[in-house]
Every structure is written in C-alpha cells, then in structure tokens.
Design a protein around this ligand. Sequence first.
Ligand code: SF4
Length: 326
Amino acid sequence: MLKIKDYNELGDVVKGKILDDVKSRINIYPCHSNRASQLSDPCLRKLVYYRTRWQEAELHDVDLQKIFDEGNYQEQIVIRELAEAGIALEQQQRPFEWKEYQITGHIDGMLPVIIEGGNDFTTIPVEIKSMSPNIWRNMHSIKDLEKYPWTAKYIGQVVLYMLMGNAEHSLLILKNKTSGQFKMFVINLNDWLDLKEELLQKAEAINKHIKENTLPDFCDDPEHCLRCQFRHICLPDMKASPGVNFIDKPELEAKLKRLDEIKESVKEFNQLDKEVKEEIKEQENLCVGDYLISGKWIVVNKKEQPAKEASSYKYWKSKIVNLIKK
Ligand code: SF4
C-alpha cells in the first residue's frame, strides 16, 4: 500500500520511489578480466585502470543508469519478440572466457542456423542493442556504427564473441527505442581481421602492464578524458595533451570566462521566465507591485502548402512593464 499525505504529492512519491530503486542499481563490480564490451575503448590506460583500480571508478548518475536499465528491458522484449516469431535464442547470457588473453564476456544469445540444402549446422552469436531514433536512423551499414564511440564498441564486442564462440558470422540487432523497428546486420569475422588483431594486441598489452605494474601513456583525446570514470585518479594534463592546439586570444578567453560566469544566471532566467509566463497567461490587465501586466491572443495563420492544408494556431503573448524603470 502506498502511503501519502494527500493526492497533491502522489506523483512525487511515485517518482521518488522509482528513482530510489534505480539508484540502488548503481554499483561498481569487481573486474578481473578484459571485458569484451570495453576492449574497443580508445584509452589503454583506462582499460588497465578497469582491471587494477576498478573500485575507484566514479559512479555513474541516475540518468545513465536509466539508460542502462532501458537497454536491458529492450533486450528482453526483443528476445521475446524473436521467440514469438519462432526464433528461439539458445544459451542466453552464456559467459565466455578466453584465458590466453584474459578476455571475458556474456553473449545475449546463440542462434542455430543451417544453410538451405546444406548439412552444416552452426550456432552464431546474436547481440541486441537498442538506441534512440536519431542514432538508429543513421545506421545504414555496419560501418555506420563507427560514427559514434559507443556504437563503435559494438563491433569489437561482437568480433570477440565470434572468436570466443568459434563462429564465422554473427547477427547484430539494432532496435529503435521509439518505433520498435529493427535493423539487422550480419557481421562476418573475415571482414574484421584487422580489428581482431588490434583487440588481441590490446588485451596482451593490458595484461603485460598489469603483470609489470606499469601504466600506459595518457590518451591524446581531452574530450575522452572529460567523460572518463578514472579522471580523478589519472589526473591527465589535458592542456598538455598532443591533441590540443594552443592559441593566444585574450579577448576570446575573456568571453569564455564571462560565459561561464553567466551560465547559471541563464538557467535561472529561463526557469523564472517559464514560471512567470505560466502564471500570467490570459491575464489582460494586472498590476503586481511596480509591474503592469497585459497580454493578448496572437493568431498565426499558416498558408496552404503542397500536401499540407492551411492551418492556424494561437498563443498568448504577455507584456510586462516595469513602471518605475526609466
Ligand atoms: S583520464 Fe584520460 S588518460 Fe586517464 S584513463 Fe581516463 S581517458 Fe585515459
């Protein structure tokens, strides 16, 4: 039974309970191997930290946890949709381990496949990823996954699953989180032999650093460092990063400083402006202290366009006059 003081607080109470539940899932887990899902990260130093100082990784926030949760729910929904379509995934969440390279991973499922007319029965890894409609729309081929750092990791992850699962092919399913539509990409191991080599060399390098208690160099992408969970212990000198070019522009620097200073005020302005507009909507002649408030409905007529009928809409336009300001 949900206890509330009155119905005005019902929404906040329900929201608070959901957030508490989401927060309870924000955790750091021990990491004693090179995770297939992480190995494509461009920073080798970060990959060593994942293994040696995982306890010190900065916890992610509630918003990111909600994205992770949503991805997990979507994965379950897709598995159910596949089953309802007569395609049952086997070995769901099967753990893989490649001792030689200390690589581990969990595959979403394995799909039994046989080529028509042939006798060769095989099972291939299936990986399911859901994404926002804007990203999904840009995915026309596997190569497009390389457009974003987090989607680029999917290819490496699946390549490693193929290697660990002894498969030549795999299926990557991309689901549009809003429309529920799918894109299916078949990934052939032979097309990604260079990436395979790169990932295995990375795993070897990480293992060597751990054995010798050393750290790789800092990465040369300050943007990547800004989003890194280990920035507080790594302390990269982002100004000295090879990827950074210095320019001497005092005026631009002063503008940037000022922008930084007024950023909070802009947020506050927008919030107050929104609240005030809401409160004075449809108020025609009102005096509040030294302020005179008026307003009127504005009707906007949109002309007829090819394939679109003429239409109109209206909005309330308020005017606020400070009576004592000259
Ligand atoms: S802060 Fe930058 S250099 Fe350090 S581990 Fe993170 S990404 Fe790599």
